[in-house]
Design a protein around this ligand. Structure first.
Ligand code: PHE
Length: 359
């Protein structure tokens, strides 16, 4: 019996030595320590022995069982370590290799111009406000003093939604001016904001798309007058077009929400191939503006005898076309990557953000 145990031990240890992967180790474990394993059979055999025999062989068989168990577990860990080492060696990375070139995106001219305009106004103490694209009649028209039958409310200009149960029709805002209303209703003067965003009108040609972009300006403070409006706009136009100064022309105009109202033209030169802003004998229409109408102040709960203010609005897309020589507005929204590679900008928030000429 002793010989038998020693022989078995010898065999098992040889098998253990030979096992060089987890599967063969497991096979060994089952063949020795499993239910019908060789060591388990020996253990079962102890039951049929006399107590003297059991005293002699019991510790031997149990010793073999424990020894084998420990050795198998040790080897299991060693094999796993070895496998890991091998993997680490095989899969090592050379971090000094150059990275794969990534295709770089570019900033859309609209976003570039948004940032340029917002930065110039931020320097003059304006903050940026946003409003919803889907508006209601009150914010887009009524509070802005549009008469009930004003043509801008007409189906031909405005995209209306289906009426709800109460018969109210939401609409896609036709301008950024509703942000004026939302701001005046929510904030106390002094107010100095610019509101950039998408606007919608049913129109489509080289200089019109159904979705376009505007930026609105609003200042409400006691004692504000048209001189302030003119000063702010002249400062803005000179900085935006990167000229020392611009001649501007305030042409009387009509907007329901401002009184008096004006359209602003800048001096320009159309004689050469490229349009030049700031010199020449021509005028180019740039934006609409005026002093906030007393009815608008009243609709927003402000006393027109205390507060005055001015507002202005301009097309971002048009500014981008003028500054960066983009001939067709429709191309801006065709999502053609080649177009973007040509007209796009490298990085937003560059130090030269207001001199975007370094395209
Ligand atoms: N909302 C006007 C438009 O879309 C522009 C404007 C804004 C005019 C503010 C005056 C004051 O045409």
């Amino acid at each position: 019996m002793t010989l038998e145990i020693e022989k078995l031990e010898g065999e098992l240890l040889a098998q253990l030595n030979a096992a060089d992967n987890e599967a063969s180790l497991e096979e060994l474990r089952v063949s020795a320590l499993g239910k019908k394993g060789s060591v388990s059979e020996l253990l079962k055999g102890l039951g049929g022995m006399s107590s003297e025999e059991r005293q002699v062989f019991g510790p031997k068989v149990n010793g073999l069982k424990n020894k084998l168990n420990d050795l198998i577990n040790e080897k299991k860990i060693a094999l796993a370590d070895k496998a890991l080492d091998e993997r680490l060696l095989a899969e090592h990375l050379d971090v000094t290799l150059p990275a794969k070139a990534r295709r770089q995106g570019s900033i859309h001219p609209i976003m570039q111009v948004f940032e340029e305009v917002a930065t110039i106004f931020a320097d003059m103490g304006f903050s940026v406000k946003e409003g919803p694209d889907i508006e209601d009649d009150f914010h887009n028209f009524t509070a802005l003093n549009f008469p009930e039958k004003h043509p801008a409310r007409d189906m031909h200009d405005t995209f209306f939604m289906q009426p709800n149960e109460k018969g109210e029709r939401k609409l896609l805002r036709t301008h950024t001016s509703p942000v004026q209303i939302r701001t005046m209703k929510n904030e106390k003067p002094p107010i100095r904001i610019v509101a950039p965003g998408r606007t919608y009108r049913c129109d489509y040609d080289q200089t019109h798309t159904p979705m376009f972009h505007q930026i609105e300006g609003l200042v409400i403070e006691e004692g504000v007058h048209m001189g302030h409006l003119k000063g702010v706009l002249m400062e803005f136009l000179a900085r935006f077009f990167e000229v020392d100064g611009v001649d501007v022309q305030f042409r009387p105009h009509h907007f329901p929400f401002t009184e008096p109202s004006a359209e602003v033209d800048v001096r320009c030169d159309r004689s050469g191939k490229e349009l030049k802003i700031g010199t020449g004998n021509d005028w180019l229409e740039i934006l609409g503006c005026g002093m906030v109408h007393p009815n608008v102040l009243t609709a927003c709960g402000l006393d027109p005898n205390v507060y005055q203010g001015f507002a202005f609005g301009m097309g971002i897309d048009r500014l981008a076309m003028l500054k960066y020589g983009i001939p067709d507005l429709r191309d801006m929204f065709n999502s053609d990557v080649r177009w973007l590679e040509n007209f796009g900008f490298e990085a937003l928030f560059s130090p030269s953000i207001t001199s975007g000429l370094s395209r």
